[in-house]
Design a protein around this ligand. Structure first.
Ligand code: KG4
Ligand code: ZN
Length: 331
């Protein structure tokens, strides 16, 4: 039994896994309504709310799993990347519980956790594969040759894809988080209505800040001229430009590195058009395509427990002096 704990951003989450892939409970307490009035996550408020939520969420996860604390064999916790104050709450809770229960502690990288969400949604999935991780803080292409080998092939040089979704939604007056709102709005818009500049970066890196500025400038200019703005068309055209860039780099790198399976991960993986385009593109190019169920795309602790389980198989445990590492990189 692995207890997973996740507090890197604005969700307080705990989950219990039996073995590596069977979810017994997956509790997520979201702080979204709390941060909505500020238009984004306020780090200090997030940390304070994690402190209030963490023990009730862990208690609920244990109760829903139908086990007692004594039956937990190990604790996996996110120690980075993320907001330092938020991470510290989960890390401190995990260390205290591991010490009290006399069980091993496992330090999990949040990004690796996102990829492992796929093992929970598709129990038969095995590496090697190419993973595209798209979240609020990261956009990265990762080659995974086995459960513990991550090779970063490319990443964003500036904004993450989710960050661009959130910023544009905010300027359009949509609530935080903007990704799901743009996703919804884009369904009624014309993706070819507006032509925004396509990001141009070499190799397998990404860039979204130029596109973000172009959309924001377009919106400001239209507002100043008093022109009527069709938000649905803006959302659909922006979303298409992001998706085209993600898809092109993903298929190119899978081909270059001879990988037959493509795995989507992170909060933006919940985007319905991204998932559809990736699936259709994979089918026509002969790749096998995998993506997590919606609840496992965004931050959760089941994915952290899953990653932790595979670390435990190689004896990769953490000392009780573990600290949060907000800028933790992959691998
Ligand atoms: O992985 P995640 O929950 O947290 C981070 O690790 O960052 O990702 C959150 C991001 C936010 O930027 C949110 O707007 C975006 O994922 N997101 C979406 C969708 N659902 C969540 N972006 C586009 N379409 C969606 N349906
Ligand atoms: Zn995340």
């Amino acid at each position: 039994m692995t207890l997973g704990i996740e507090t890197s951003c604005d969700e307080t989450a705990a989950a219990v896994l039996r073995g590596g892939r069977e979810i017994l409970s997956n509790v997520i307490s979201t702080q979204i309504p709390l941060h909505q009035k500020f238009g984004g996550v306020v780090p200090e408020i997030a940390s304070r709310r994690h402190i209030v939520n963490i023990m009730p969420v862990i208690d609920e996860a244990i109760k829903k799993a139908g086990i007692t604390p004594g039956e937990i064999n190990q604790i996996a916790v996110t120690y980075g990347p993320g907001l330092v104050g938020a991470l510290l709450v989960g890390v401190s809770a995990a260390k205290s519980l591991a010490y009290a229960l006399k069980i091993p502690l496992i330090a999990v990288n949040h990004l690796e956790g996102h990829i492992f969400a796929n093992f929970l949604s598709t129990p038969e999935l095995e590496p090697p594969f190419l993973a595209l991780v798209v979240s609020g803080g990261h956009t990265a292409l990762i080659k995974m040759t086995d459960y513990n080998n991550f090779e970063l092939l490319g990443q964003t040089r500036d904004d993450a894809a989710g960050e661009a979704f959130d910023k544009i939604a905010r300027v359009m007056g949509l609530p935080y988080p903007g990704g799901p709102e743009i996703d919804k709005l884009a369904k009624t818009g014309n993706p070819d209505a507006l032509e925004f500049p396509r990001p141009k970066v070499s190799d397998f890196d990404f860039s979204f800040s130029g596109l973000k500025s172009a959309v924001l400038n377009w919106l400001n200019t239209a507002k100043m001229k008093g022109e009527e703005i069709n938000n649905a068309d803006v959302a659909a055209s922006f979303q298409k430009t992001v998706i085209d860039s993600l898809i092109e780099k993903t298929f190119d790198s899978a081909e270059k590195f001879g990988l037959k399976k493509i795995v989507l991960a992170g909060g933006v993986a919940a985007n319905s058009s991204l998932e559809k385009e990736m699936r259709e593109g994979s089918e026509s190019r002969g790749f096998e395509f995998f993506y997590p169920s919606k609840i496992l795309c965004t931050d959760n602790a089941a994915m952290i427990a899953c990653r932790g389980y595979y670390q435990s198989l190689t004896g990769n445990f953490a000392p009780n002096t573990l600290n949060a590492v907000p800028g933790l990189s992959l691998g």
